[in-house]
Design a protein around this ligand. Structure first.
Ligand code: BG6
Length: 491
């Protein structure tokens, strides 16, 4: 079935950091795609803002380059591009002084009734200043939204300071905290799979599920973000946000309806139920790694330290965790999470392994009865596989086989799979916060993460080296094998 396009009301999207990396790679291409589908109503505008001076024409050239680089050739349509460029303009505004604010005010006040979305695609260090100046210059109407990218703080305290700063100018329903994983199609599909089918929900608990694994493996390294990453590490960069959000969608109770606060209330309950990991158990429940030089896709790649240009660093580029959820549904079913850079392949998936059958009626000769497994693959090749036991066809006695029923979204649905930012940007304009993080979710996630970071410091937990192009340090394998389990084979 083809997607149904519901146009969003006219908006002014003002992108701070408008000529930066995120705007180039994600925001401009996403808005261009939405233009092509006819989702942008007239007279929607996109106003790029940053400190350096740039003419409107130069900004259009920047957008053309972004689209030609990050949009597939077959999706670049000359007429649509021409129309898209008429929406663009640029202003030089300084987040830390009065320079440019009058011009910005003049520009957007000509249409006060339009939706205003201020996208902060720049360093979080500037979020507070920008919010204050937006408020001080009277630019915040009832129909104004602010969109912020992670990192939202570096720990609970800094996250609270940042959120309080935003909260002085914007009400919570005007603040859209992006976690781009929530905009991925398959992540949303987790909710459809669980709550639009009767099949899984009765089994979705520790009576029937042995363990859940969430793997987000990346083949990329630092991608020019050394300064940020070496202060963050994998736990802050991937687990505090994307992976805990995935865990919440797998573990939460059914919300009574698909409403932003209903869904976020349920996710919050999961975060509050995470059993603490602190100095007392951090060594058993977590494992840290850092990539060494190695080979990836037949190419030699450098070590983390070489990429960083430093002699030493204690930052983890890989982390594995064993998490218990202390509630009735999940007590006794561990959730294993692992994420890392420069791993053997780019693959993100959630694997739910069910318990074995209580008793086998088959002879030993029939082969092992392997436990059922549901694999939800987020990327690449989005899809769902249900692993089942069947009888090998033909004579010669019963022989059992473990096979998967595969649904690849690419073959089941025709058409382009929209990027997460497309969905999320349109949700901002519609005012739908379901796929955005509420302040209390961010706080509680940090409340759980901080003791792990403290535990690492107090115990001096080392980072184990792993060769680039592998599945992480051997101790991460030992960590799960201690429990008599193995990581799901991801390739
Ligand atoms: C970002 C992290 O949030 O997500 C990056 O900061 C990471 O380090 C990226 O590479 C992964 O996103 P995706 O969509 O490529 O899986």
């Amino acid at each position: 079935m083809a997607g149904k396009i519901i146009p969003v009301p006219p908006f002014d999207c003002i992108v701070f950091g408008g000529a930066g990396d995120l705007a180039e790679r994600k925001l401009i291409p996403a808005l261009y795609h939405r233009q092509c589908t006819g989702q942008l109503s007239e007279p929607s505008r996109i106003i790029g803002v940053s400190r350096s001076p740039m003419s409107d024409v130069d900004y259009c050239n920047f957008a053309i380059r972004a689209i030609k680089t990050y949009v597939k050739k077959e999706d670049v349509d000359a007429a649509q591009l021409k129309q898209f460029l008429t929406r663009l303009s640029y202003l030089s505004v300084d987040a830390t002084s009065d320079v440019g604010w009058d011009e910005l005010k003049k520009k957007i006040e000509d249409s006060p009734a339009k939706i205003r979305a201020f996208y902060l695609a720049l360093s979080p260090a500037l979020f507070g200043d920008i919010a204050t100046r937006l408020g001080g210059n009277g630019l915040v109407t009832l129909d104004t939204r602010i969109i912020v990218e992670k990192p939202i703080g570096n720990n609970l305290e800094t996250a609270q300071t940042l959120n309080s700063h935003l909260g002085e100018v914007f009400s919570e329903n005007q603040i859209f905290r992006i976690d781009h994983y929530l905009g991925k199609e398959t992540v949303q599909n987790l909710m459809a799979l669980r709550f639009a089918n009767v099949l899984y929900e009765p089994l979705w608990n520790s009576d029937h599920i042995d363990n859940v694994q969430i793997t987000v493996a990346e083949s990329v390294g630092l991608e020019g973000r050394a300064g940020y990453y070496d202060h963050a590490g994998a736990l802050r960069d991937m687990v505090q946000n994307h992976m805990l959000q995935l865990l919440c969608l797998v573990a939460m109770e059914p919300p009574s309806m698909l409403d932003a606060n209903e869904v976020r209330d349920e996710k919050l309950k999961v975060l509050r139920s995470l059993a603490p990991i602190d100095v007392s158990n951090v060594r058993e429940c977590t494992m840290r790694g850092q990539y060494l030089a190695g080979t990836l896709a037949d190419r030699s790649v450098k070590s983390y330290l070489e990429d960083l240009g430093k002699k030493s660093s204690n930052t983890e580029t890989f982390v594995a965790l064993k998490i218990d959820i202390a509630n009735w549904r999940w007590a006794g079913t561990p959730f294993y999470l692992r994420t890392g850079k420069r791993m053997a392949a780019r693959v993100s998936e959630v694997t739910v392994t069910f318990k074995p059958v209580p008793h086998s009626i088959f002879d030993k000769d029939a082969g092992e009865v392997v436990a059922n497994r549901l694999v939800i693959r987020l990327q690449p090749d989005e899809g769902v596989s249900q692993w089942l036991m069947i009888k090998d066809p033909g004579p010669g006695g019963t022989r059992l086989r473990h096979i998967s029923l595969d649904m690849s979204f690419a073959s089941a649905f025709s058409g382009r799979n929209p990027d997460a930012y497309e969905r999320l940007l349109m949700d901002v304009m519609r005012g739908n916060q379901t796929l955005f993080m509420r302040r209390d979710e961010v706080d509680v996630a940090w409340q759980w993460i901080d003791p792990i970071l403290d535990g690492w410091k107090e115990t001096g937990q080392p980072v184990d080296g792993y060769k680039a192009g592998t599945w992480g340090p051997s101790r991460s394998i030992a960590m799960i094998e201690r429990d008599g389990r193995t990581w799901n084979d991801t390739v």
